[in-house]
Design a protein around this ligand. Structure first.
Ligand code: NAX
Length: 331
């Protein structure tokens, strides 16, 4: 039998946590033949709620779930974990300054970085979900210097999946037949959802999305803003932010990273920039990514037109500003 993989979920008593832990326990993240041990971390005010989630995990009698650690102790939570999904963070509340929210998250990610560095399993893979996701991941990277930078990523797969969903609805094709959209940049409203290299599988081969849609005005306008603002639309409808789609996309992100992307297709992941596509090195930026043998690589050599170039630069600019703001919170 396979050894269980230890999966940490921080913020596990929250909304996304509640949707995510049963998916992990059912094999949606690591496969249907991979046993798991869940490590759930939250903060002391959420202790009771966290224990409630643990009770439900026991009650669900998941065959793949070999153990549950539910704790408010960061070290206990991080010890021996192979995968860390960082969902816990400080939310922006009405009337708060950006800098105050940043400062709270910088201190959370700084201390959790140290705990992961000291106590996680070697080669632990980290996915940051909590906002500001790219910059939280960057802080985590800076304060866990012995964790290889290729092991620290942030979630833009939800935005990627939203883009696939919009194309599928527009063309009335199955979402599984749409591939190779790209989310560039920040998980924020400056992100650039790009369909210039996307295609749809048809009975007569793959066809470019741009050709099938045949309406550049929609692709350059409403499509982009719908994807950028989808999070706000969900909040308006549900009075709560996206949770099941975020949890499902987090599973997609880790599954593809560990088990590989299908031949000929890529996904979007926030990763440490190496300067590809003239994106400043040293930012956590979302790129088109393929994965193989547990390692990701940036898809190189795609053509970038003038329209796209401006959008790639704009979201990089925002990330550079966030980085400066985060650093100013450290002093
Ligand atoms: P909730 O407020 O429901 O849950 C957050 C949980 O984190 C709470 O239980 C809280 O007690 C816990 N927490 C706070 N500080 C902690 C700490 N220091 N250590 C451990 N746990 C801590 O928020 P939820 O809706 O679950 O969203 C979680 C995060 O995901 C938010 O930051 C949100 O902005 C972000 N999102 C990111 C997305 C992405 O695509 N990257 C999409 C969905 C979501 O908006």
């Amino acid at each position: 039998a396979k050894e269980p993989v230890r999966v940490l979920v921080t913020g596990a008593a929250g909304q996304i946590g509640y949707a995510l832990v049963p998916m992990v326990a059912r094999g949606a993240m690591l496969g249907l033949n991979q046993p798991v041990i869940l490590h759930m971390l939250d903060i002391p005010p959420a202790t009771e709620a966290l224990n409630g989630v643990k009770m439900e995990l026991v009650d669900a009698a998941f065959p793949l779930l070999k153990g549950v650690v539910a704790t408010t102790d960061v070290i206990e939570a991080c010890t021996g974990v192979n995968i860390a999904v960082m969902v816990g963070g400080f939310p922006r509340k009405e009337g708060m300054e950006r800098k105050d929210v940043m400062s709270k998250n910088v201190s959370i990610y700084k201390s959790q970085a140290s705990a992961l560095e000291k106590h996680a399993a070697p080669n632990c893979k980290v996915l940051v979900v909590a906002n500001p996701a790219n910059t939280n991941a960057l802080i985590l990277k800076e304060f866990a210097p012995s964790i290889p930078e290729r092991n620290i990523t942030c979630l833009t797969r939800l935005d990627h999946n939203r883009a696939l969903g919009q194309i599928s609805e527009r063309l009335n094709v199955h979402v599984g037949d749409v591939k190779n959209v790209i989310i560039w940049g920040n998980h924020s409203s400056t992100q650039y959802p790009d369909v210039n290299h996307a295609s749809v599988k048809t009975s007569s081969g793959d066809k470019p999305v741009r050709e099938l849609v045949g309406n550049d005005e929609w692709l350059k306008g409403e499509f982009i803003t719908t994807v950028q603002q989808r999070g706000a639309a969900i909040i308006k409808a549900r009075k709560l932010s996206s949770a099941l789609s975020a949890a499902s996309s987090a599973c997609d992100h880790i599954r593809d990273w560990v088990l590989g992307t299908p031949e000929g297709s890529w996904v979007s992941m926030g990763v440490y920039s190496d300067g590809s596509y003239n994106v400043p090195a040293g930012l956590i930026y979302s790129f088109p990514i393929t994965c193989k043998n547990g390692e990701w690589s940036i898809v190189k050599g795609l053509s970038i037109d003038d329209f796209s170039r401006k959008k790639l630069d704009l979201t990089a600019q925002e990330l550079s500003e966030e980085k400066s703001l985060a650093y100013s919170c450290l002093s």
